[in-house]
Design a protein around this ligand. Structure first.
Ligand code: ADP
Ligand code: MG
Ligand code: MG
Length: 321
């Protein structure tokens, strides 16, 4: 039996993505419980179906506060805090623009400038009023919509890790599509760590720039190649710049964050994406617990300090700066 034979992979389609769970046990029941947990969370958080706690908040925008469950309230508080950081390009009230652009969904188009400007007036995170006495959330202006799309996967990946740990699992990997969270390392591999592929942008699904090895860490990648559409030779991807209302446009193809918690990874990928390489590296210098790998349009792979991971470059089109 080769070492890899002892890894059991379970898959499902949830959160609009293929989901992969790796365990060192043949435990179908445990895998089913993990997928059920993910499904339950999706039902609370999604904006892609008519009913969820988040949708109730959005429906009541400009009218009344909505009382939500404790975890959803905490997640919203977290998203708000990240959105009001000075200079933050993370903005969880970006919903009206996300809906209008429909990037990655059917019917996407480039909205007229006047429409973008009108929608920008509905994306001020300070207009979300949280009341922790009754756990209510109020969107002050009619038409406002919160969108937890950028952090829901990270939050859920951390819940899955906590659940597996409680169940006594020591080594596992959950991949929610862009968000990977791990427990321990791949017990049977020579390195004793999990190898996570860094995708080659705009290439085949199995083509990699390189491999990131970690133990018990989260690896989150946000890239311009994940969801986009093309029109008149221009590419429009799914991370929007809350200042302009257009997709963020800079030298980056992707940002990967390596951290303990996947929710941090989610927040920082968006923040760092907006900062670009130079500002991003300076920002991380004061935050040793968060590490990142930037991939630029001109083929450079630039990493911050690398205490929590190792990176192996595999593709000749890219070089490590
Ligand atoms: P996914 O993992 O689903 O690709 P990402 O973590 O890459 O999602 O975040 C992109 C999603 O976040 C978008 O699809 C949208 O729902 C939302 N979003 C877009 N722009 C921003 C922004 N500036 N701040 C916060 N969320 C955003
Ligand atoms: Mg994400
Ligand atoms: Mg992503």
């Amino acid at each position: 039996m080769s070492p890899d034979d002892r890894v059991y992979a379970y898959s499902a389609v949830l959160l609009g993505s293929p989901i992969l769970l790796k365990l060192f046990d043949h435990n179908q029941t445990l895998a089913a419980r993990v997928f059920r947990l993910i499904k339950q969370q999706e039902i609370l958080l999604t904006v892609n179906r008519p009913h969820s706690e988040v949708m109730s908040i959005n429906h009541a925008a400009g009218e009344s506060p909505v009382v939500v469950s404790q975890p959803v309230f905490e997640l919203i508080a977290r998203a708000r805090a990240a959105s009001v950081l000075p200079g933050s390009l993370f903005n969880f009230t970006i919903g009206p623009l996300v809906k209008r652009w429909k990037i990655g969904f059917q019917g996407n188009s480039v909205p007229p400038l006047a429409e973008i400007q009108a929608l920008l007036a509905l994306t001020n995170p300070h207009h979300v009023i949280l009341n922790d006495r009754d756990r209510s959330v109020f969107l002050q202006k009619s038409g406002m919509e919160i969108d937890l799309g950028a952090i829901a996967k990270g939050y859920i990946a951390d819940l899955v890790r906590d659940f597996l740990r409680q169940e006594g699992v020591e080594d596992a990997l959950i991949n929610l599509g862009g968000n990977v969270q791990t427990l321990g390392g791949a017990a049977d591999s020579e390195s004793g760590s999990w190898g996570i592929g860094l995708k080659k942008p705009f290439a085949g699904p199995d083509e990699l720039i390189g491999v990131i090895n970690v133990r018990g860490k989260s690896v989150v990648t946000s890239g311009v190649y994940e969801r986009y559409f093309e029109l008149a030779g221009k590419r429009y991807h799914h991370i929007l710049d809350p200042r302009s209302g257009y997709p963020l446009d800079n030298e980056l193809l992707s940002v990967t964050v390596i951290s303990a918690d996947s929710i941090e990874g989610d927040i920082y990928t968006t923040l760092l994406y907006g900062m670009g390489v130079e500002k991003g590296l300076a920002y991380l210098a004061a935050r040793p617990e968060i590490e990142a790998i930037f991939v630029t349009r001109d083929g450079q792979v630039i990493s911050s300090s690398a205490r929590q991971f190792t990176f192996t470059l595999l593709d000749e089109d890219f070089h490590q700066a």
